[in-house]
Write a protein that binds this ligand. Structure first.
Ligand code: DWN
Length: 417
């Protein structure tokens, strides 16, 4: 399908994705950008790429922060969608602990049934199988689904919709637990997704969802986590309104540092709100996350970070240093493209996901290689695009650091580690 036709497969929303309010207030314009996870094959390096506007807005009515462009999921999650959850040992450990906690606190057993939305490569549900608990994954990406099936995680390769929820409840039964990690922000039909969750849950069931939290994004200027896959950027305030609208109550939350700062929310059919929720709602109101004036300076802070990072890179290049990058992450695409960082400044990006090797970063067209390239090429500096995994990356790259290599962290304040 020609580019122009594919680009026509996007819609610029005029109403809030949650409450339908049409008086949305723009807060940040990242311009027209390529799709962050649409890596470029080398033989297409000279071809024009798909690009779409990336404008962020605030809803004064329900406080949801959201992007205005909705790119067709068929384009976003094309058959070569490269994200596989199992590349992070920290994420795997986090998921295993999540499952063990659910099994314990909900007294799950071989009669229980657990569903995960956006189950990817079975990274989480595999833990339930080890306890003889029946599971069902739902994910639209063929590659990760094929990996899930290989380890025995039964998975529907489909987009989760309200209709699919109805069909799954009819054909497989309702669930004791519905997991959904880093998916709520990804769906274009936010309300339909939450309604679908309600349909899937047994009356005593719980939905346990993880979403990046807007507050650390704003406080640590994590603007690179903004890309077309992420339609929404959730505060507790906006989540609470969204779930209550559909008869679900977020009764408990946990705050995690994962992905730059995430919320794990526990939503149930009956209201029984704990202090973890009320305290966060109070704090968000106190800092002003529910009012437009809180966002007025964000665009300026993003540009300040960009100018400082580009200035640092230019200075290092002027001093004759070589620079590579670590993590062909979606957030890395937003960062390098908004900052105008290209292959003149960054020689290559390394990534442990072999599905990304030999491809180019979207926009900047920087080649993606295996991590061993750091010891072969020995760049003086490495810009850490997957900064949310910095601890794991430092643990892995002892040799690079011992040889005198240095990491550059881009957020919240660009600096050499
Ligand atoms: O919402 C999403 C977040 C949760 O994950 C998805 N839309 C896509 C993805 O976003 P991302 O690509 O920015 O996420 P990551 O997981 O921060 O990307 C990390 C990249 O770094 C991956 O390509 C894997 C790679 N990696 C690595 O090379 N060595 C990761 C680890 C932990 C490592 O040790």
């Amino acid at each position: 399908m020609p580019l122009q036709q594919l680009e026509s497969l996007s819609i610029t929303e005029t109403a809030c994705r949650s409450c339908g309010n049409e008086a949305l207030a723009p807060i940040l314009d990242l311009g027209r950008t390529p799709l962050a996870d649409r890596l470029v094959p080398e033989h297409k390096a000279c071809e024009p790429e798909l690009t779409f506007p990336l404008m962020v807005a605030f809803c004064p009515e329900c406080t949801l922060v959201q992007i205005l462009e909705t790119v067709s999921p068929e384009v976003l999650y094309a058959q070569d969608y490269p994200y596989f959850s199992s590349f992070s040992p920290a994420l795997l450990a986090h998921s295993t602990a999540n499952v063990l906690d659910r099994i314990g606190e909900r007294a799950l057993n071989t009669c229980s049934f657990v569903i995960e939305l956006a189950s990817n490569d079975g990274y989480l549900l595999r833990n339930y199988l080890d306890h003889g608990i029946s599971v069902l994954g739902i994910d639209p990406a063929e590659g990760p689904v094929a990996d899930a099936e290989k380890i025995g995680v039964r998975t529907l390769c489909a987009f989760f919709t309200e209709q699919l929820a109805h069909d799954v409840a009819r054909d497989f039964g309702k669930a004791d637990v519905v997991h959904g990690n880093n998916v709520l922000a990804h769906v274009s039909d936010t309300n339909g997704f939450v309604k679908g969750i309600r349909q899937l849950l047994k009356p005593s069931g719980v939905a346990v969802l993880e979403v990046p939290h807007l507050l650390p994004l704003m406080e640590h200027v994590e603007f690179d986590t903004i890309y077309h896959e992420h339609h929404c950027y959730f505060s507790m305030t906006a989540l609470d309104k969204l779930f209550r609208r559909h008869g679900l109550f977020i009764n408990r939350i946990e705050q995690w540092s994962l992905h730059g700062g995430s919320l794990r929310i526990f939503a149930e059919h009956t209201e029984n709100v704990e202090i973890s929720v009320t305290e966060l709602l109070t704090y968000e109101r106190a800092v002003g996350l529910d009012r437009i004036d809180y966002y007025h300076q964000f665009a300026a802070r993003v540009d300040e970070l960009r100018d400082k990072l580009v200035g640092l890179i230019r200075q290092l290049k002027a001093e004759g240093h070589s620079i590579a990058a670590y993590g062909a992450a979606a957030k890395g695409a937003t960062l390098i493209n908004y900052c105008g960082i290209d292959h003149e400044m960054i020689d290559f990006v390394v990534d442990r996901n072999e599905n990304k090797h030999g491809l180019l970063m979207p926009g900047a067209k920087i080649p993606i290689l295996a991590p061993k390239a750091l010891l072969e090429a020995r760049p003086d500096y490495v810009l850490v695009l997957a900064w949310n995994f910095i601890d794991e990356i430092i643990d892995q790259q002892h040799d690079f650091l011992a040889a005198g290599g240095k990491f550059i962290l881009p957020v919240p304040d660009p600096r050499v580690l």
